[in-house]
Design a protein. Structure first.
Length: 289
């Protein structure tokens, strides 16, 4: 609205500001970036107006984000923890990885994935022999041996698609809570626990890879996973055996042990996905040289 002397009136009300910011971004060339920016601004401004955010609260939020950023390293990712504990990671997962019935469902990637896991033979044990039997609920990046890629391995299935992995029985464990995410959980009366699980990234040529977990059906935190990652189809039985059978004896197991069986079903990749995967593999190969 013109004010007579200095051109259009601007920034008089909070809605004027929102309109002006939207207008300033409306020339964004990339259509997807334009869609994301305009929607982000609309929702962010609406949120601030709805809760009538005070300046002190906004500065507090900025301090929290600054602290989260300072905590991040190649061993700690506080922003992934925020994304996971706010349920955003699982909303993105559900939107971006819709699977046909029968295909193995995906779940959160989590902040602890590390490249460089060793190649393992069929039946290989990912629990290092000096630490078997004492599951301590910490990932390698968190414990006293941060560089030894403990509890990780790359396995190949055989010609019939069978696989066998040896490890220790997973336990439930709390996500890292010594930073802003932990304080948020505490302040909102939430616990930091994840139900016992094993992570998998499963891939095959011509198929869409899946990043997922399997969960222990008996775990007390299945209904309240701190990161909302449990899907019914990923829950399985860890069955106790008091004495080793012939196969377990062959693997060197002497006492009671558990088995879990899980069939992974991948979906054929679309040609667009196959092209992306092919390009990713070529890039990875270049990087490995
Ligand atoms: C994990 O399972 O490793 C994990 C996932 C999300 C947040 C923290 C840990
Ligand atoms: Fe985990």
């Amino acid at each position: 609205m013109p004010d007579g002397q200095n051109g259009p009136r601007r920034n008089k009300t909070e809605d004027d500001i929102t309109a002006e910011v939207l207008a300033r971004f409306s020339g964004t060339q990339d259509p997807r970036l334009r869609e994301i920016m305009l929607s982000l601004i609309s929702h962010l401004h609406a949120f601030v107006k709805e809760v009538k955010l005070t300046e002190a609260e906004w500065f507090q939020a900025i301090e929290i984000l600054t602290e989260a950023g300072k905590m991040c390293s190649d061993k700690r990712q506080e922003f992934i923890l925020f994304s996971d504990t706010l349920g955003v990671s699982m909303v993105v997962d559900l939107l971006d990885h819709r699977k046909p019935d029968g295909a193995t469902e995906s779940t959160v990637f989590g902040p602890f994935h590390r490249l460089g896991a060793p190649d393992m033979p069929m039946g290989g044990n990912i629990a290092h022999s000096d630490r078997t039997g004492t599951p301590n609920g910490l990932y390698d990046a968190q414990d006293a041996h941060p560089d030894d890629l403990h509890m990780r391995g790359k396995f190949r299935s055989d010609a019939e698609g069978r696989y066998l992995i040896r490890t220790v029985l997973p336990v439930n464990y709390p996500i890292p809570s010594d930073g802003p995410v932990g304080r948020m959980l505490k302040a909102t009366g939430r616990h930091p626990w994840r139900p016992a699980h094993i992570h998998f990234v499963v891939s095959a040529d011509g198929y869409e890879p899946v990043t997922t977990h399997i969960f222990d059906r008996t775990d007390e935190y299945l209904q309240s996973d701190a990161v909302f990652a449990v899907k019914d189809t990923l829950i399985c039985d860890f069955t106790k055996h008091e004495k080793p059978d012939a196969e377990a004896s062959r693997l060197g197991i002497t006492g009671p042990y558990y088995t879990a069986e899980f069939d992974f079903h991948l979906t054929p990749a679309t040609s667009a996905q196959a092209t992306i995967m092919d390009a990713q593999q070529r890039l990875a190969a270049l990087g490995a040289r």
